[in-house]
Design a protein around this ligand. Structure first.
Ligand code: NAG
Ligand code: NAG
Ligand code: NAG
Ligand code: NAG
Ligand code: NAG
Ligand code: NAG
Length: 770
C-alpha cells in the first residue's frame, strides 16, 4: 500500500537502458523537503520515507535485472536536522532510479576530509596557558560540539570539578564502545558519540581495532587536543617534558564538551561528518568546532557548508579551520559566509635553539628537544649523508651509517614526518639533525618533540646551511637549546595557513580571523607517543601541535564565551563581534607580518581576514552586522543559484525576487570584498550595510576610511546616531576605481571603521582586479 503510494510520486519509466557498472559507493542524497507530501513525511521522522525510496530503487533495479544478482542498496544515515536527505550505499543503477524520485535534488559521492594539522602531523608547540577570560559565573551552560578524532575522557582537562549540573537543554548521550562507557562522561564531557558507517564503506573494510578504538575514545590525540583547547578545565602546571610550564585551560573552561568522533586513522568521510552535525544540532550544542575539511567547492556540493547552514539557522555558530594549504593564494577552505573560517598564527612563546656553523655564522631555530648543547660536529647533507636522492629528505633507510655516524645531518622537510627524519638520523648513528625549510615554508619554525638533538631553521638560514654544507671543505655545526622564551614579535601568520581570495565565494573576504595555531600546548592521551614514533616511549599529558586545526577551537571556545554573555546573539552577530574587534598590529605595535616571506612582508586580509581575535573586546563590540536566513537566501539569488540549489542548502522553497537588483556584495558581512575588472576606468559599486547597536543606548559614530590604492571610498551617511539599544541604522559605501588599468589578479587593501567615544568597529576592505 505504502509502496504503491510512493510510486505515484515517481516520474520514472522503465527504459531499456544499457547495463551500468554495478559498483556500489556511498552517496549523500539531498531531497527537497517541500516536495514531500505531508501525509508521508510525518513531522519529525522522515526515515520511513527514505526507507521507501531505498525499497523502491531496490525493487526497480531488481526488476530490470531479472534473475541477475544485484547488491541491495543500503541506507547508512538519514539526515533531518541540519540537512534533509540520507546517505546510502548505491550502485549506478540505483542512482538512475533515485534520479527519478520526485524531490530528488542531488547525490554527492562521499568523500574523505582530513584533519587540519600541518602536512606532516608531527610537531609540538606551546600555547601560552593564559585564561582568556576568567569565569565569573560557573553556572554557564554553553555546549561546544567538537567533531574530531574522539576524546581521551580520563584526562585532567576534562575533569568536572566546580561545574554545575549538565545543562537542562542537553539531549545527547554517551555512546558505549571499545574502552568507553557511559560513566566516561561527566559534567564537563557531557556527551560522546562515534560515526564510522561511511568510513567503513569508503574503505570497504571494518575499522581496524588494533589501530582505532571502535568508540568515541581518541586513538590519534588530535580530538583530545582540540577539545581541551576549546573548553578544557583548568590544569595547573601543565607542560611538555618541563617546557612551556603554566596553567592550561580552554578558552572558556566552564563550557561543556560534546565529542563526536568522525575521524579515524585514514581520515573522515563526509557522510559520517554530516551524521554527527545533524545529531549535534538535535542534541542541543551551541557551537560546533570542525578542525577538518577537504578541497573548496561550491556551497551546494560542500557537505560541511550545507550542514553548517542548517545549524546556523538554528542559532548554532560553526567554526572551521581554514586549511593548511598556504602560502599559496586561493587555498582557503570552509569559506561559506555563514561559517567562521579560522586562519593560524603564532604566539610570542618560542622554544629557541642556536645553530652555529664552522664559519662562525649562527642562526636561531626552534625545538622541543631540551638536552645539552652538541659539540661542534661534522655537518652532512644530501650526497654527503647517503647515496640516494632520498638522503636529502632523510627518508627511512636512506642515510648511510658510515657517512652519518657521530655527525649532524641536515634534512629537507617534506615527504615523511619531521620526527621520523630524526628517528632515521638516530638509527643511522647521527648525533643531531637540522631541519631545513624551503622557500614556501618561509620563516615558520615548528617546535618538534625530537628524540635526538635536533632543530628546525627558517628558509633564509636553511639556504645558507645548504650551500655551506656543500661548499665548505670541512663543514661543521653545533646546536644548543634554550628552553622556553617569551616576547617574540607576535602574532605572525603561519606560512601553512590557507589563504584567500576564496574561489568559491569571492564576494566575502576569507578567512575571517586568525587565532593561535603554531606550537600549541593542549591535552594529550598518555598512550600516544608525542612524536607519533613507535620507538618513542615518552608519555605526556600535554603535547604541542600546529595547524589551523589548533586555531579553530580557540575561536570556538571564544564564541561559546560570547554566547554565554549574549544569549540572544545570532551566529552572525557573534562572528561580527569577533571580526570587527580583531587587531592587525602585533605586540610591538607593528603590522602583523607573514612567516611565508623572508623579508617580513606584511600579511593582508587574505591571510588573516579581519585580524587576530580579541575576546575581551569582542564581548563588547559596540555595533554588530547581523545576517538573517533571508539575507543568505538573497545572497544565493545574487550568485545565481538555481531554485534546487537553494532548496538543497536551505530545505525550503524560495523564489528569488525579479524586481530587486541583488548584489552579492550587499550581504551584510562585517568586511568588504570588491571585485573590479582590470580595466575598470571610473567603475563604481555601492553596497549597503546595516549595523545594530549593542553598545551604549545613546551613542554616535563617525566613519573613518583608510582607502585602498586605486580606489576612492565614500560613505553615506558619515555619521550614525543611535538612540537606543537594538536600533538598526544603515549606510551605503561606494567604491570608485580611479586611475588606469591594473594588473589582473592583484589586490589592494584598506579599512572602514565606525568610531565612537568608546568603540572602534572595524571592517577590512579588499579590492581585487580580476
Ligand atoms: C590492522 O592494523 C595492524 C597495525 O597496523 C596491521 O598489522 C593489521 O594487519 C591490520 N589488520 C587488518 C585486518 O587490516
Ligand atoms: C627570499 O629572499 C631571497 C633573496 O633575498 C629570494 O631569492 C627568495 O625568493 C626569497 N624567498 C621568498 C619566499 O620570498
Ligand atoms: C620583499 O617583499 C616584497 C613584497 O612582497 C617584494 O616586493 C620584494 O621583492 C621582496 N624582496 C625580497 C628581497 O625578497
Ligand atoms: C548572475 O547572472 C547575471 C545575469 O546573467 C550576471 O550579470 C552576473 O554576473 C551573474 N553573477 C554571478 C555571480 O555569476
Ligand atoms: C573618468 O572620470 C573623470 C572625472 O569624472 C573623467 O574626466 C574621465 O574622462 C573619465 N575617464 C574615463 C575613461 O571615462
Ligand atoms: C543606500 O542606497 C539605496 C539604493 O540606492 C537607497 O535606497 C538607500 O536609501 C541608501 N541608504 C542610505 C542610508 O543612504
Amino acid at each position: 500500500m505504502i509502496f504503491r503510494t510512493l510510486v505515484l510520486f515517481l516520474t520514472f519509466m522503465v527504459t531499456n537502458s544499457t547495463a551500468l557498472a554495478d559498483q556500489q559507493q556511498t552517496y549523500i542524497v539531498h531531497i527537497d523537503k517541500t516536495k514531500i507530501r505531508a501525509s508521508i513525511h510525518s513531522q519529525d521522522n522522515s526515515k520511513p520515507w527514505f526507507e521507501f525510496i531505498i525499497d523502491f530503487i531496490s525493487e526497480a533495479s531488481m526488476q530490470e535485472d531479472g534473475e541477475e544478482e544485484t547488491l541491495a542498496p543500503q541506507l547508512l544515515y538519514t539526515y533531518e536536522t541540519s540537512m534533509f536527505g540520507f546517505a546510502a550505499h548505491l550502485s549506478k543503477k540505483h542512482l538512475k532510479y533515485l534520479n527519478q524520485v520526485e524531490g530528488f535534488l542531488s547525490a554527492i559521492p562521499d568523500e574523505l576530509s582530513t584533519l587540519h594539522t600541518t602536512y606532516t602531523p608531527h610537531f609540538l608547540g606551546l600555547r601560552s596557558g593564559r585564561t582568556l577570560m576568567t569565569a565569573s559565573n560557573l553556572a554557564i551552560d554553553v555546549i561546544i560540539g567538537v567533531l574530531d578524532s574522539g576524546i581521551w575522557p580520563e584526562h585532567t582537562s576534562f575533569q568536572d570539578s566546580g561545574l554545575s549540573p549538565v545543562p537542562s537543554h542537553w539531549k545527547g548521550v554517551c555512546d558505549k564502545g571499545t574502552k568507553f562507557s557511559s560513566s566516561n562522561c561527566n559534567k564537563k564531557l557531557i556527551g560522546a558519540r562515534s560515526y564510522f558507517k561511511g568510513y567503513e564503506k569508503y574503505f570497504g573494510r571494518k575499522i581496524n581495532e588494533t589501530v582505532d578504538y571502535l568508540s568515541p575514545r581518541d586513538s590519534q590525540g588530535h580530538g583530545t587536543h582540540t577539545a581541551s583547547t576549546a573548553a578544557g578545565n583548568v590544569v595547573k602546571n601543565a607542560n611538555f617534558l618541563g617546557q612551556a610550564k603554566g596553567t592550561a585551560t580552554g578558552m572558556r573552561y566552564t563550557s561543556r564538551i560534546a565529542a563526536y568522533k568522525v575521524c579515524w586513522s585514514s581520515g573522515c568521510t563526509n557522510s559520517d561528518v554530516l551524521a554527527a552535525m545533524d545529531q549535534a544540532v538535535s542534541d542541543g550544542v551551541d557551537v560546533l568546532s570542525l578542525s577538518l575539511g577537504s578541497i573548496p567547492k561550491p556551497f551546494y556540493s560542500d557537505s560541511i557548508a550545507i550542514a553548517s547552514f542548517g545549524a546556523t539557522e538554528k542559532g548554532i555558530l560553526v567554526a572551521c579551520s581554514a586549511g593548511n594549504s598556504g602560502p599559496f593564494p586561493s587555498t582557503v577552505g570552509n569559506g561559506a559566509p555563514w561559517i567562521m573560517t579560522v586562519a593560524a598564527s603564532s604566539t610570542d612563546r618560542t622554544f629557541p635553539t642556536k645553530v652555529k656553523l664552522g664559519n662562525g655564522q649562527s642562526f636561531k631555530g626552534s625545538s622541543l628537544y631540551q638536552g645539552k648543547k652538541t659539540k661542534q660536529l661534522s655537518l652532512v647533507y644530501g650526497k654527503s649523508a647517503g647515496t640516494t636522492k632520498e638522503a636529502q629528505y632523510c627518508i627511512g633507510g636512506s642515510l648511510d651509517p658510515k657517512l652519518v655516524h657521530g655527525k649532524i645531518v641536515a634534512c629537507e622537510k617534506g615527504i615523511n614526518g619531521r620526527t621520523e627524519k630524526g628517528e632515521e638520523v638516530k638509527v643511522a648513528g647521527g648525533a643531531g639533525m637540522i631541519l631545513l625549510n624551503n622557500e614556501y615554508q618561509g620563516e615558520e619554525l615548528f617546535a618538534d618533540p625530537h628524540i635526538l638533538p635536533a632543530t628546525s631553521l627558517g628558509a633564509s638560514a636553511s639556504e645558507i646551511v645548504r650551500s655551506y654544507s656543500q661548499s665548505a671543505k670541512k663543514p661543521t655545526a653545533s646546536i644548543s637549546f634554550m628552553g622556553t622564551r617569551f616576547g617574540d614579535p607576535a602574532p605572525v601568520m603561519a606560512a601553512f595557513s590557507s589563504r584567500g581570495p576564496s574561489l568559491v565565494g569571492p564576494d566575502v573576504i576569507k578567512p575571517d580571523v586568525t587565532a593561535p595555531g603554531v606550537n600549541i600546548l593542549a591535552a594529550w592521551p598518555p598512550k600516544i607517543s608525542p612524536s607519533f614514533l613507535k620507538s618513542d616511549k615518552r608519555k605526556v599529558l600535554f603535547n604541542i601541535l600546529s595547524g589551523t586545526s589548533m586555531s579553530c577551537p580557540h575561536v570556538s571556545g571564544i564564541a561559546a564565551l560570547l554566547k554565554s554573555l549574549h544569549k540572544d546573539w545570532s551566529p552572525a552577530a557573534i562572528k561580527s563581534a569577533l571580526m570587527t574587534t580583531s587587531y592587525t598590529l602585533n605586540n610591538k605595535g607593528a603590522p602583523i607580518s607573514d612567516m611565508a616571506s623572508n623579508n617580513s612582508s606584511l600579511a593582508t586580509p587574505f591571510v588573516f581576514g579581519s585580524g587576530h581575535v580579541n575576546p575581551v573586546s569582542a564581548s563588547d563590540p559596540g555595533l554588530v552586522y547581523d545576517i538573517s536566513t533571508k539575507d543568505y537566501l538573497n545572497y544565493f539569488c545574487s550568485i545565481n543559484y538555481t531554485s534546487s540549489q537553494i532548496a538543497l542548502l536551505s530545505r525550503r522553497k524560495f523564489v528569488c525576487s525579479k524586481k530587486a537588483v541583488l548584489q552579492a556584495g550587499d550581504l551584510n558581512y562585517p568586511s568588504f570584498a570588491v571585485l573590479f575588472g582590470r580595466s575598470a576606468f571610473n567603475a563604481s559599486v555601492t553596497y549597503m550595510r546595516v549595523v545594530t547597536n549593542v553598545g551604549k543606548s545613546k551613542s554616535s559614530y563617525a566613519v573613518k576610511v583608510e582607502q585602498p590604492n586605486g580606489v576612492s571610498v565614500s560613505v553615506e551617511p558619515r555619521k550614525l546616531k543611535f538612540e537606543k539599544l537594538g536600533q538598526k541604522l544603515s549606510y551605503n559605501v561606494t567604491f570608485f576605481a580611479t586611475g588606469g588599468p591594473k594588473v589582473g589578479g592583484t589586490s589592494s587593501f584598506g579599512s572602514l571603521i565606525w568610531v565612537s567615544d568608546r568603540y572602534k568597529v572595524r571592517s577590512p576592505i579588499a579590492i581585487t582586479w580580476q
